[in-house]
Design a protein around this ligand. Sequence first.
Ligand code: B3K
Ligand code: ZN
Length: 875
Amino acid sequence: HQTIHQKDYKVPDYLVDTVELSFDLSPEHTRVVSRLAIHSNHDRSGGVRPLVLDGEELTLLSLKLDGVELEQGAYRVDGTSLALPDPPEQFLLEVETRISPKENSALSGLYASGPMLCTQCEAEGFRRITYFTDRPDVMAVYTVTLRADKASCPVLLANGNLVEKGDLPDGRHFAVWHDPFKKPSYLFAVVAGELVHIADSFTTMSGRQVRLEIYVEERNKDKCEHALRSLMRAMRWDEEQFGREYDLDTYMVVAVDDFNMGAMENKGLNVFNSRYVLASPESATDDDYQAIEEVIGHEYFHNWTGNRITCRDWFQLSLKEGLTIFRDQEFSADMQSRPVKRIADVKSLRSAQFPEDASPLAHPVRPESYVEINNFYSMTVYHKGGEVIRMLQTLLGREAFRAGMDLYFERHDGQAVRVDEFVQAMADAGRRDLSQFMLWYDQAGTPLLTVRDDYRAEDGSYTLTVAQSCPSTPGQPEKKPFHIPLVMGLLDREGNELPLQLAGETEPAGTSRVLELRQETETFTFTGLGERPVPSLLRNFSAPVKLEYPYSDEDLDLLMTSDSDPFVRWEAGQVQAVKLILGLIADIQSGREARVKESFIDSFRRLLCDDRQDRAFLAEALTLPTESYLAEQMQVIDPDAIYQARELVRATVGERLTAELTAAREGCAARAPYRPDDGLAGCRRLKNLCLSYLMAAGGQEAIGACMAQFKSADNMTDSLGALAPLASCACPEREEALASFYERWRGDRGVIDKWFTHQAISRLPDTMDRVLALLEHPDFDLRNPNRVRSLVGAFSQGNQVRFHDASGRGYRFLSDQILRLNGINPQIAARMLTPFSRWRRFDSNRQGLMKKELERILAEPGLARDVYELAAKSL
Ligand code: B3K
Ligand code: ZN
């Protein structure tokens, strides 16, 4: 397998101006005719270069150049390309191919999902539809004709505007679509099948009417309303926040059940994983509702950040993905509680991106090389990339950042560009030198900030010394210092915010400031302080770094109760919980008696009874750090001790605070029937969290409360809020609840995914056996990515203690599934490898067992590029 390097980029030798595609659609055999108007893009005086088109899994039927059929020998064709050795300066190429959508289990290119045919072209799926220069810097105008059987395939969709449709002989019909915007092939899309839609219209800021349509299978028609409303909110938000208007007459979203990722931003025709479209109160949780809004927003925002301005090459992927993640995070923050959204985003970064950055698969936000680009749709490219954009906003300020965005759109609309062009627009608008900042794109690894301070009573000065370091990562042994915005403030002992005046300044400026770190060590001296202050550091998580400062328990209490920044308040509680649990882990490991400190229970009680706080925030503050986050804090991960210590805290809280938890739970009980947008999601979260603590303490009363809630719930959030703790409880009620849940929901794929997941993440010791049995369940299907994620993914990535069983059974199970998936869907197979890439973090027994499975995978003949790359790099 070949490695592609960023430094080898060359402009394309040929460009394509227009693409005319015509499809004779059928699941077994689809015939594709492509007419490409091509012109040469290189200096031909030094010799004419061949035209090389990409193509995979295609049967070539005929090839014409300017209307003349080419003889065999006038071209070369193999499993990955079609080459013309000596084409003219400008010409029309007509290529006829045949493909088999039904055989396409990789779900890349044109494939069948339920009663429809649909496409997924990013990153390199278009080449599985027809021969083409399948790279994002070749942009063309597309016209698409679709023909299919009218009865089985009444709906025919493609990008852009419908220009014509009509009937054909033999019960067939056709539709012609034209997309006036030049686009790269990865944004091409076709959907055909038996679908229904709901529609509405949106008036843009300049007064144009846009028709919005959501397409689903008939049985899901009453589950689209939330997606449609979310789309309208996203459109309005992008106008208000960024002045960006939609540019076609229709915007279509199609929900499909078989989909490799969340959704795809094809121009004018988004294709979505149905889990990010379909929702009803009975079947979707509050989190599902939120995720739908977020993903709908994400794909919509791509219309400007991704489609109008796209990437020059795939190394620049974060140009569109990091930026669009930042935009969707801001959108969601404006639609709900901003602090709670920020905390959720930081949690996901820490639990998935930090470990990636510390693993053998660590790569920069802009990678230097890849074997399979699909492996780089990673937490780093997306979410660290989003943090990098956020840091730009913090450094420049909101106004200059917005001006930078405007300048970027003004300069590069219609182009395929690099990250450099984006950062240059920011530098120009903000009149800043951002050359050092670019290291965030090119250096991997999570920086560590070590902060020390010194207060001098003699002159009332307070000095912060901040040292930064970054661990080495593959191919990058030494790191240069990053340009880091550190947002901070100072508190007095009563918790008041102190005015911040740096030495040399004539007066204080505010109580929260952005300190800019550029050198390995920086010092900042504040003046005019009558007592030693408590530093409030990394407010709003202003940079994707780890931070170390020797806080005392009193400092943390003060920050937790008094800091003006909600992220710092939350973080102070988490730091306390981490300290406590790590101490208990050490006790367990050395056979000492492990006991939860009284002071922890006290501060937990204080929080729980503090009814001034927002419920959703409170729920976050009362949630213990996850097992995987705790694992990150250890030299050698001990999954059993982590689980035991964390459970001990949960059980102790449940026992000691039974009355308070019960009261808090009742205080949050619903007083009216459920509505998803009733503003009460925070209440439900807190209520269900209380229930889980009560269940951790054990006892028939808690089980009874769980069953009562399970039976009476009028919404999925409460139903799962009861089912989740029951699934980890060794009681007869567990089987009863799981069985009745299955009976009630067996017809709903999305809910049955949840049923698989909750069994897979059960912490009971028999979970591995359960999971093996569920593999044989008639509803389990290795060809459906959501189902694979709900069982195999949930067990291996969401159940640390059971997956990492010291016997190695979990590891064997996972590699078995990866090898089966390798032949079906390489992208999904590769995604399942993640837990193995962390093998070095464990004890030598587990290391050996995981390594053995990786070696076994690598020894498999016919390993897909996707799986090969991750397995080889992990070792
Ligand atoms: N751009 C797509 C991701 C495509 C993944 C290809 N393996 C979805 C998104 O980020 O919006
Ligand atoms: Zn995206």
